[in-house]
Design a protein around this ligand. Structure first.
Ligand SMILES: [Zn+2]
Length: 339
């Protein structure tokens, strides 16, 4: 099968590799219908994280081709969506809704899903089947549910977005944009987003943003305060992961408010005295996407949301290198790879 391998920073190749096999009775093998490139794949691409001949990708939708003897809830022929942590969905942590911390979790990025086929560990817990084979136009949205929508949704929940709330969103990448969609679905009254890109601003508005701020850092914080009677937002989504973004999020939050942070943190340090005086709730980390998949799949199936709009470039898997370049140069927000 064809699979993406990152040889070194900036060097992405699509290679012939062995087809995956069932290794454990709890495994399934899927044939991917689509896969995509994640903003977090850019960290090794840019040399910020080490990389050496690594398989890539952790987002996937596809059709089940084979199941292990212990897999009963998923069957051959099902169209399935899974997320970036495989989880049993039965341990105490999973049952509490934190499947990203399952005691048996397996990081899908170590298996690599930018490929024609993939082995899915803990398949019965990890995979959620759609009611039937989806119409082709639903596939990008189902693909988005695998990570960026689920992550944006978790951020909005962690930030306690809801009726009567003013939500601010730091980050106009795919996760930030879908955090807007999530906040809107959760009933937020006002959604302020930080963005300097006209195309992303347009999609932000379509997903439910009511106000756009082009300033960032402390100037951006001052604008949020202006828009909220000097108080700050009730709920702030942080979807970048840099020092500036996390401080912008904390300082944009009113005392007693909530920050949902899902940008993968790189070189972030929060001073204790600043944290102490902020008086805000902080919750975030790797999103337990599995918790939200049944609800998100249903919203997509019923065509109530269209998160697939974040994909602004679609390429065949064999042209993955171009997709990485486009995301690195920010000429694309999110790249879908067709298989
Ligand atoms: Zn578990």
């Amino acid at each position: 099968m064809r699979q993406v391998v990152m040889h070194s920073p900036g060097n992405v190749q699509v290679e012939d590799r062995k087809d995956p096999k069932i290794l454990e009775p709890t495994d399934a093998i899927i044939r991917l219908s689509a896969t995509c490139i994640c903003g977090s794949d850019l960290w090794p691409y840019r040399g910020v994280e080490p990389v050496d001949h690594q398989v890539m990708g952790h987002e996937y939708v596809g059709v089940v081709e084979e199941v292990g003897s212990a897999v009963r809830t998923i069957k051959v022929g099902d169209f399935v969506v899974g997320s970036f942590w495989a989880s049993d969905n039965t341990c105490e942590i999973c049952r509490a809704g934190y499947q990203a911390y399952c005691v048996h979790r397996v990081l899908m990025g170590t298996i690599g899903t930018q490929s024609e086929r993939a082995r899915i560990p803990l398949a019965a817990g990890t995979l959620v089947a759609t009611p039937r084979m989806p119409e082709p136009d639903l596939i990008p949205s189902l693909m988005a549910a695998s990570d960026v929508l689920g992550t944006g949704w978790f951020a909005a929940v962690a930030a306690e977005a809801g009726p009567g709330k003013t939500v601010a969103v730091v980050g106009d990448g795919a996760v930030g944009l879908l955090g807007i969609l999530a906040a809107k679905q959760l009933g937020a009254e006002r959604i302020i987003t930080f963005s300097r890109h006209a195309d992303r601003q347009a999609l932000a508005r379509e997903f439910g943003a009511t106000d756009i701020i082009e300033e960032r850092g402390e100037a951006g914080v001052a604008r949020v305060k202006e828009l909220t009677g000097g108080l700050g937002a009730h709920s702030v989504i942080e979807a970048v992961g840099t020092q500036e973004a996390i401080m912008q999020a904390i300082h944009s939050t009113r005392p007693g408010g909530h920050v949902g942070f899902v940008g993968v943190a790189h070189d972030v340090a929060i001073r204790g005295d600043e944290l102490f005086m902020a008086g805000v709730h902080l919750h975030g980390g790797p999103a337990p996407v599995r918790q939200y998949l049944p609800e998100l799949i249903q919203l997509i199936w019923d065509r109530k949301i269209n998160p697939g709009k974040v994909f602004d470039l679609m390429l065949p898997l064999d042209r993955a290198a171009e997709g990485y370049q486009a995301m690195d140069k920010r000429t694309a927000t999110k790249v879908l790879l067709t298989v």
